[in-house]
Each structure stands twice: as C-alpha cells, then as structure tokens.
Design a protein around this ligand. Structure first.
Ligand code: ZN
Ligand code: ZN
Ligand code: ZN
Length: 366
C-alpha cells in the first residue's frame, strides 16, 4: 500500500517535534504501520531489512533492498532512498547513516534480529521503543483518515445487508468465512483482513478460528470481520440467529444491545476511556450476565485493526476529538452461545459518531 493523499512532510515534521519532546536523536522504523504512517511507504515483512532513519535534524533516509526500491514511488523532499545490494551489510550502512546518536527510538514491530544487529553496530546508542511517541502521532485521526475509515465501515455495512439474504444453515464456519471475505472485497475493501465465524457453542470463544463445524438451525452465529480501504481498517460484528432464537439467548441479546447503546452514549471528549468500558459493563452486570463479558469494550483502529486508545478498565486517559475505536461488548456462555455487537466510532465535539450503521438487532437468517 502506498498512500498518496496525506501530507507526509507534515507528518515527518510532527515526528521530529515529538522526538525533541522525547529527547530522541533518531527514529528507526522498519516493518509495521508506523512507517506508512510517517512516510506513506509500507515495508514488506521479510528477512531483508527496510529501515527509515529519521534524525531529529537533517535528512531522512530509507534503507531498502535495491530490488524493492521501485515499490517506493516518489516522495520528493520527505526522504532519500538508500538501496542496499544482496552482498552489502545493511546494518553497517544503517549505523553509518545514523552516526553515533546518544538515543534511538525503534518501532515496536521491528524484528529482534534487526534490533540486535543495530545495537551491535551502534554500541554507544541507548535504544528504546517508539510506542509512546508513535501513539501520540497516530491516536487522533485527521479528516482524510476519517474519510477512509468511514469508507471501510460503509463497505462492511453493505456486507451485513447481503448476509441477511444469505442461507447460513448447511454451511461450515470456514465456508461462511470465505463468503464473508469475498463480499468484503466485492464491497470495496482492499483485502479481507479477517472474517471470524463462531457458531453455536463456538460463539463463546471471542476470537474463535472458523472451523469445520456445520451451522444448523437454532445456532447463534457471531460474524466479526473487516478489511481496509486505502490502508485504513474496518472491524464490525453482528450476531445472527439461524431460525428463531432460544429465549435465554434472546434475553441476553436485549441486554447486550442496551449495553452497546450505553457505551456509545458515554463516549465524548474529556471522558476517560475506562468510563466507556464501565458504561457497557454496568448494564451487563446489573442484568446478571457480568461474568460472561470477558474482554475489554474496545480498541482503537486506524492503519492497524488494534491500536490506541484501548477502551479498558485502568485506562484513565481522556478521549479526544478524532480518536477512533471500536465499541464491542459481548456475552459468552461456555458450552452454549456467544454474541457481540461491534461498531467503530469517532469522537467528535458532540460525542461518538458511529461509522457503522447496519442494523444492530439480532439478525434472523435461514
Ligand atoms: Zn477482537
Ligand atoms: Zn471485530
Ligand atoms: Zn474489534
């Protein structure tokens, strides 16, 4: 993915001022979302290093395998490309370019073999992880990012509409997962990032890996899927029921729906992230299902499906305009069923704006 619509020179400048605040002399980014965020180029995750060397002052350099340099495209003024050949020592080249900085921040998804190689070549440099700095840069989405998040959400919402007209019974989870994945691409996502199908008792495992279980009448089916548009991710969950629901499951679903609404209503600028989790949890706990809500209420989303801010007890960080995250309470009864409702929201001055607009009721299918 090469993004072209963003102001990467501006992002490099913001990264540099954050580096000053963090007392970092150089930022080193390899594989992961931090690199495309800052310069628009997404590195392949291979044993051959691609490395952005961004000094707090001076030119930025992208060290890259020579045969991958054509992938980079043109980013005039943002960085210089330094290709390395198969017989070169890229770690030595990286150390040469970096000089001998006192401190370096490294991306948190850099391979350990790269980090250890760099540390060996730069013995006088103190290395630490760039997680905090990158979080500050990425946590508030700008209007261009929100446009892509919205497009991705609209694409998966159209899939939900199509699923209402899909026959579930007689398909295995794996087969339905493939159907959802194909629809995700047909509706406009760049790829199908994931399609969790958890039927019947498997629904009690929130990240169930779709398997050979045959979906049958009476099953609750958790469908959690998404894919990116222009690199920005979507992630939505709707719960389906094949035929009429079991009364106990239907009762739990009413509670879940109310909990979801309460959490969306709680999200606003200045509100602690954990308050949104509490709003959902209170409804489920007061109705007696609290022990079955076994995960946090949500996670940030952007270039990655899971990023800051995390909507979890213990995160007292205030929400702010531009933050985008999921609200996805669930109820999971081992051996029986599971259910979850998940929307992506963006914090605005008026509160949470839902990017996902498909029906949040229990979807009854054949
Ligand atoms: Zn998840
Ligand atoms: Zn999800
Ligand atoms: Zn999610």
């Amino acid at each position: 993915m090469t993004q072209t619509q963003f102001d990467f020179a501006g992002r490099v400048a913001r990264a540099r001022s954050a580096m000053e605040a963090h007392d970092a002399d150089v930022l080193l980014l390899s594989f992961g979302a931090d690199l495309p965020y800052v310069i628009g180029y997404d590195s392949m995750d291979t044993e051959r290093i691609t490395l952005l060397i961004l000094p707090v002052a001076g030119e930025a350099t992208l060290l890259i395998p020579r045969f991958e340099a054509p992938r980079v495209g043109l980013h005039p003024g943002v960085f210089t490309v330094l290709p390395w050949d198969e017989t070169d020592d890229p770690m030595a080249m990286a150390a040469d370019v970096a000089g001998s900085p006192a401190s370096a921040l490294v991306g948190d998804r850099m391979r350990s073999s790269f980090l250890l190689g760099l540390q060996e070549r730069m013995p006088g440099t103190a290395f630490s992880v760039a997680t905090g700095l990158m979080k500050e840069l990425r946590i508030r989405k700008d209007p261009g990012e929100i446009t892509l998040l919205r497009a991705a959400a609209e694409a998966v919402d159209r899939v939900v509409v199509r699923l209402d007209a899909t026959r579930f019974s007689g398909l295995t989870e794996t087969e339905l997962s493939r159907v959802v994945g194909a629809m995700t691409i047909e509706e406009g996502c760049d790829v199908a990032a994931f399609a969790i199908i958890a039927s019947g008792p498997n629904g009690a495992s929130p990240h169930h890996h779709p398997g050979e279980r045959l979906i049958e009448r009476g099953d609750m089916v958790v469908v959690d899927f998404g894919g990116p548009v222009g690199g920005y991710q979507s992630d939505t969950t709707r719960t389906f029921c094949v035929g009429d629901p079991d009364p106990r499951a239907a009762e739990a679903f009413t509670v879940l729906h109310e909990a979801h609404q309460a959490a969306v209503a709680a999200a606003a600028p200045g509100v602690a992230a954990e308050s949104v989790d509490r709003a959902a949890r209170r409804v489920i706990t007061e109705a007696g299902w609290g022990e079955y809500f076994i995960h946090r209420t949500g996670h940030g989303i952007g270039l990655e499906v899971h990023e800051h801010p995390y909507i979890v007890e213990g995160n007292s960080e205030p929400l702010d305009v531009g933050m985008a995250f999921s609200i996805e309470p669930g109820i999971y009864v081992p051996g029986e069923f599971g259910m979850r409702i998940e929307d992506i929201v963006v914090v605005t001055a008026e509160g949470a704006d839902r990017l996902n607009r498909s029906e949040r009721n229990l979807h009854v299918v054949e």
